[in-house]
Design a protein around this ligand. Structure first.
Ligand code: CAA
Length: 387
């Protein structure tokens, strides 16, 4: 029995900052951001979009296409959690009117959270093949105005339906994991923005990639040329490019070209949305599926990295006809509907978003009809509404 991804839903908020504008405002050469970092735009969440609302909106992208009664598990991976105790998934469950019998919880290990959820879902479906699982990754990357990490911010969510005999992507057995207790990137409970040892984090990422990729190939007795593509967690696209360059070192011309070309396809969404932490690797998967020409049953390697740090390399294969399950036009519209912010507007929205609105204040959203948003708190309970 194959188990894997049957549906992928994507959501990003309706505002963005252009990296050329940001570079000018920060007295930087735009090519540092466009080429040196590899980012063109970043989505910006205002106070009415948070991890929960974005996760609902991503799931809604496929919600009416699936058998909702079969869902037995709902896992939410995030490092932009809205509560220290209650799972973000419970708000999603209520918004989508899921049945009470669903097992549901939130997981955290930085950007690795959605991969953890996906692996739990895969194993759940293996044991309960008649049931399905939804896994959501949803985050707002916030480093702060005028920090080196500012150019690597972003906001968005990916939601996936995991089931037996999936129609998009089957997950292979086995994985190689590697973890170490380090301080490359973290966000203490009293902070709304991340702390980061930027240069160190980029080195650890590459080190963990080298280790997990080598171990995985050894475990499966596979070689680099067996992979049609390798895709990455993309905190910014240059980071993935550097890992991909390591992957193709000493490989033949054909393998190098294929892996470099497919990397280009996989980075298109990330380059225009920014870092969405837990969901970033899966936005790379969606971008690859939408932009590359992949032969049936193509072997795709996935590198997941969560600071702190935990990394995993695993793989899957495309299912024949996967294109029919995608909504490429819908994803393009989602990006093109975004309004470009001036740097002043972005800075104001960013600053307001660091705090909760005063209890009892009702927030209005400028999202399009049908989307969910955070409407403020009533007696310190978070309220979500549909536009
Ligand atoms: N034209 C072209 N390229 C230029 C340029 C120009 N005019 N000016 C500079 N560059 C290049 C530099 O040569 C450099 O390229 P290389 O990395 O290939 O050497 C690149 O632009 C970046 O320049 P700097 O190293 O000087 O950039 P910086 O000091 O401003 O910071 C950063 C870069 C450390 C990544 C910073 O943005 C940051 O801290 N980001 C957040 C942390 C992060 O994303 N870490 C990634 C690994 S951790 C992870 O993956 C988990 C997660 O999601 C956070």
């Amino acid at each position: 029995m194959q188990v894997g991804i049957d549906q992928i839903g994507f959501y990003t908020p309706n505002k963005y900052v252009d990296m050329v504008d940001l570079a000018h405002a920060r007295n930087q050469d735009p090519n540092k951001f466009l080429i040196g970092i590899g980012q063109a735009k970043m989505s910006v969440a205002d106070q009415t979009q948070d991890a929960v609302s974005m996760g609902i909106n991503a799931t809604l992208r496929y919600w009416n296409k699936i058998d909702q009664d079969k869902i037995g598990l709902l896992v939410f991976g995030t490092e932009s959690s809205v509560d220290q105790s209650k799972s973000a998934s419970l708000f999603v469950k209520t918004a989508l009117k899921m049945k009470p019998q669903v097992r549901t919880f939130e997981v955290k290990e930085a950007c690795f959270g959605l991969t953890a959820g996906l692996m739990i879902a895969r194993d759940f479906v293996r044991v309960h093949p008649e049931q399905t699982a939804i896994v959501i990754g949803s985050d707002i990357a916030r480093y702060g105005i005028n920090t080196p990490g500012e150019v690597t911010q972003g906001a968005g969510s990916i939601s996936m339906l995991v089931k037996a005999e999936p129609r998009i992507f089957s997950l292979n057995d086995g994985h190689s994991a590697y973890s170490e207790d380090i301080n490359d990137f973290w966000r203490p409970n009293n902070r709304a923005t991340a702390l980061v040892e930027g240069k160190y984090s980029t080195q650890v990422y590459l080190d963990f990639f080298t280790k997990t990729f080598a171990t995985y190939k050894e475990q499966k007795n596979w070689h680099t040329q067996d992979f049609s593509s390798i895709i990455y967690h993309l905190p910014f696209t240059k980071q993935g490019l550097k890992a991909n360059r390591l992957a193709v070192e000493n490989e033949d011309e054909e393998t190098t070209k294929r892996l470099m070309d497919n990397f280009e396809s996989s980075k298109q969404l990330g380059m225009n949305v920014g870092n969405i932490y837990t969901a970033s690797l899966y936005m790379s998967l969606l971008s690859l599926l939408e932009n590359a020409k992949l032969a049936p049953n193509s072997l795709i390697g996935l590198f997941s990295y969560g600071s702190g740090a935990m990394a995993e390399f695993f793989s899957g294969n495309t299912i024949d006809g996967y294109e029919k399950q995608l909504d490429i036009d819908g994803d393009q519209k989602l990006l093109s509907r975004r309004r470009k912010l001036s740097i002043e507007e972005y800075e104001r929205i960013f600053t307001v978003g660091l705090d909760l609105p005063e209890d009892g204040i009702v927030l209005e959203s400028d999202e399009s009809a049908g989307n969910w948003y955070f409407a403020g708190t009533e007696n310190n309970v978070r309220i979500y509404k549909q536009k």
